[in-house]
Design a protein around this ligand. Structure first.
Ligand code: TXA
Ligand code: MG
Length: 321
């Protein structure tokens, strides 16, 4: 199979992508968080191919992407509290876990009685969902466990030849995955830190239980202890840790510029320490370092507030062995 890359801003490309989805094929498409690998969520055979292509365990449920809140109500049951959140944060990087309706096939939810749903804000993602006329099940478009893709070229490098089409909509503006909030229990529970901060959620909800601890819920694999991982060993070390040994090929990932020596490559995520800029550049920088045949990647910890919480979460899982 030859994977074509098509310009997501061309309406003909979006129409073709929608035809592929309706025919049971797989299309990688841009979202504001990361690129997704989409299939018609109502077609169990098409959804099964997502698991095959990613090498993803079947017990890891998928997020259903829909065009708007009205569409979402066909697949999930939204309480008043859930609707307050969707009014405030959709379209955008918030995924809600709510009770599912019978329309959602079991393979999408891995047999759970809940479904994860979001409305992406990227115009090409919305145009694709509308043109397909179907909900789109989509995980991040990378092999299971590896660094997430934030550009069409990242998808092509890893899934090229195995999927039907990649819609190229430029670099993802948020750069980390959506925040996942479960409304299935009595207290709202944060299952994955992401593009909408805990501070933003708490402003609407009051207290939120933080359930992102790896091992707390091994059935939600964004919570697997090891995930988002480079092939190169990665460790987290504060500034001031010893420099690389002579002859060692080490790369450094840091938020701001630092006066360091001995590293063969340094990726600075934001010269001014801007966390939005840092998040947008994070996975791309990790990929570049991982492509340099280094012995080791050293990453500086991020401040754990706002988007820094999502970035530290990704780093810890990438560092887990
Ligand atoms: O930003 C994003 O969310 C991206 C883009 C493409 O939308 N998608 C994404 O999908 O990150 P994925 O499959 O890489 O991560 C989805 C996470 C998984 O950790 C999965 O376990 C969790 O969502 N999840 C899905 N359905 C769930 C459910 N019913 N209950 C709990 N967790 C669920
Ligand atoms: Mg993923």
């Amino acid at each position: 199979m030859i994977t074509r890359i098509a310009d997501a801003s061309d309406p003909d490309s979006v129409r073709e992508a929608a035809r592929i989805l309706r025919g049971g094929g797989l299309v990688a498409f841009p979202t504001e968080t990361v690129y997704g690998l989409g299939a018609d969520a109502l077609n169990p055979l098409a959804v099964a191919r997502i698991f095959e292509v990613k090498g993803r365990p079947r017990l890891d449920p998928l997020i259903v992407h829909v065009a708007d809140a009205e569409d979402a109500a066909r697949y999930g049951t939204f309480s008043e509290r859930a609707r307050a959140l969707t009014r405030r944060f959709w379209p955008g990087p918030l995924t809600l876990v709510v009770p599912k309706t019978p329309r959602v096939p079991d393979i999408v939810t891995a047999g759970l009685e809940t479904v994860a749903i979001r409305v992406p804000s990227h115009p090409a993602a919305r145009a694709l969902i509308r043109a397909a006329g179907r909900p789109v099940a989509a995980p991040s478009a990378n092999p299971f466990g590896y660094v997430s893709p934030t550009e069409a070229s990242h998808v092509a490098a890893q899934l090229g030849g195995r999927i039907d089409l990649i819609l190229d909509g430029g670099a993802s503006s948020v750069g980390v995955e959506s925040t996942i909030l479960s409304l299935a229990g009595p207290v709202p529970a944060l299952l994955r830190a992401g593009g909408i901060t805990l501070e933003d959620l708490s402003a609407v909800l009051g207290p939120v239980e933080i359930a992102t601890d790896p091992g707390a819920r091994p059935q939600a694999p964004g919570q697997l202890r090891r995930h988002y991982a480079t092939r190169t060993p990665l460790e987290i070390a504060e500034a001031g840790a010893p420099s690389p040994a002579a002859g060692e090929k080490a790369g450094l990932l840091s938020l701001r510029p630092e006066d360091v020596r001995g590293y063969v490559a340094v990726e600075v995520l934001s010269p001014t320490g801007d966390m939005r800029e840092a998040a947008a550049r994070f996975f791309g920088a990790l990929r570049r370092l991982d492509g340099m045949a280094l012995d080791r990647i050293v990453a500086r910890p991020f401040p754990e507030t706002g988007l820094g919480r999502a970035l530290m979460d990704r780093l810890r899982r990438a560092a887990a062995r």
